[in-house]
Design a protein around this ligand. Structure first.
Ligand SMILES: Cc1cc2nc3c(=O)[nH]c(=O)nc-3n(C[C@H](O)[C@H](O)[C@H](O)COP(=O)(O)OP(=O)(O)OC[C@H]3O[C@@H](n4cnc5c(N)ncnc54)[C@H](O)[C@@H]3O)c2cc1C
Length: 419
């Protein structure tokens, strides 16, 4: 049997950041896919550069950003965000709740009336929070339908704080302020994007990793917690510590630990990356779509980030986890996406010349009081057995790649100081 001190599951941002922070220690990374990067992978096709889904970066720790950029040879673009909402037959600026003055006057008045008639939250769900904080007008026109499309679930199931710092909250004064110049731009007012796609940040992290210890195409299948033996599709490995970025429910199953699957629920996101022969709408980086009759909740424009001459889109569709799609279903969905892009004016005679699609499963976990308690309990039980479940899906949370790096580095430091 092979032996390693640290067995790392997954060569996404979390697994690589952990190995990078460990330094020249005794570790092995087992990655099910044939390449590194996890959800931060980039696809190049017919001159188009696409991520698995639009990945844009807004670092809160300048030292982490500097560390990555110092390791990169390619250019990193810094972009002033232009994000909009398609509403009726016009654009309004994002976030909706700070830009209601851009709505037609009667709709603006409905939003103000909704704010005046607000009542205390009757419950503590995400839906209750939207109504009690923003009123019926703003909730019904945008916040509710948009988030229902994204999370593909009843918003009464989610915690009021399910989106954490990623939700662009607005005070009453900010909502009623008609001065565009004074607008608070939120957590990603400017963002960075590597000219070669998100994978370049991953490759920067991977520079600190011994590639000879990264085993691609190898999948963890079973963990014997007592004997500290991991079984993959290729071999058995004796470990001292196991650090996993696989989705927490899957890890629990592999460890033979029972849990209630209805508590650890999530959506899936189907992404279509589409390349066209000529330019579409100019300037905008991504558009939000609250309309229930449009298949997608968001469409992003890589060509307006790169300044390129052919429209290059990512299109995101939220799906319940129970939905299964075969190749025919995906083909039908793609045809519907193209029709919907036409219906909302993104497509206007351009010809599709390249495409790619990927299903992110899980994509957004449904954060509830029960899911947080269950994840904390199981992670603590695993940690007692020297198994550490980290990353966006290992920790079962909503976070950015920077958060993944912070978490992985902190765990590496803690484990190093213990040994
Ligand atoms: C739609 C969407 C948009 C996003 N946009 C942004 C953004 O703009 N900016 C941002 O900072 N973040 C964004 N994120 C979040 C970002 O993608 C994640 O935080 C990050 O990629 C998570 O990295 P990870 O290593 O924790 O997990 P993953 O990327 O999921 O990596 C886990 C790895 O483990 C491997 N694995 C799983 N099971 C096994 C097994 N049994 N055996 C071996 N290997 C296994 C997987 O193949 C994978 O490579 C977005 C996420 C989504 C879903």
């Amino acid at each position: 049997m092979e032996r390693t001190r640290d067995l790392i599951i997954g060569a996404g941002v979390s697994g690589l950041a952990f190995a990078d922070a460990l330094g020249p220690e005794d570790y092995l990374i087992v990655e099910a896919e044939d390449e590194i990067g996890g959800y931060c992978r980039t696809v190049e096709r017919d001159g188009f550069i696409w991520d698995y889904s639009g990945h844009f970066f807004h670092f809160r720790h300048p030292e982490i950003e500097k560390d990555l950029v110092d390791r990169m040879s390619g250019q990193v673009l810094r972009v002033q965000r232009d994000s909009r909402i398609w509403y009726g037959d016009q654009f309004i600026d994002y976030p909706f709740q700070k830009n209601i003055h851009q709505l037609p006057e009667t709709e603006y008045e409905e939003c103000v009336r909704g704010l005046e008639e607000r009542t205390e939250a009757r419950g503590e769900s995400f839906k209750d929070m939207l109504y009690s904080r923003y009123g019926r007008g703003i909730a019904d026109k945008f916040l509710l339908p948009y988030n229902e499309k994204l999370y593909a679930t009843d918003l009464r199931r989610l915690d009021a704080d399910a989106v954490g710092r990623f939700f662009p909250h607005a005070s009453l004064a900010e909502i009623l302020d008609r001065d565009d110049a004074a607008r608070d731009e939120g957590y990603n007012a400017t963002f960075t994007y590597p000219a070669g796609g998100a994978i370049q940040y991953v490759e920067a992290l991977a520079q600190g990793v011994d590639r000879g210890r990264v085993c691609l195409g190898e999948r963890l299948e079973r963990v014997d917690l007592e004997r500290k033996v991991a079984t993959t599709n290729r071999r058995t490995i004796q470990y001292e510590r196991l650090v996993s970025s696989a989705p927490l429910p899957r890890l629990l199953e592999m460890c033979g630990l029972a849990y209630d699957p209805s508590v650890l629920s999530h959506n899936k996101v189907l992404v279509f990356n589409l390349g066209f022969d000529s330019k579409g709408p100019r300037g905008v980086h991504w558009i939000y779509y609250p309309q229930r009759d449009l298949s997608f909740y968001r469409v992003g424009f890589y060509d307006n980030i790169f300044g390129s001459a052919r429209m290059s889109l990512y299109v995101e569709i939220g799906l319940p986890r129970a939905v299964e799609l075969d190749a025919d279903d995906r083909g039908a969905m793609k045809a519907r996406v193209l029709a919907d892009l036409q219906a909302c004016g993104v497509l206007d005679g351009q010809a599709l010349v390249a495409s790619h699609d990927v299903l992110l499963d899980p994509a957004y976990v449904h954060i509830t009081t029960e899911s947080e308690a269950l994840a904390a309990e199981k992670k603590s039980l695993l940690a007692d057995n020297d198994v550490h479940s980290i990353g966006r899906y290992g920790a079962w949370t909503y976070c950015s790649i920077e958060d993944n790096i912070v978490e992985a580095r902190a765990l590496a430091e803690a484990l190093k100081s213990r040994s």
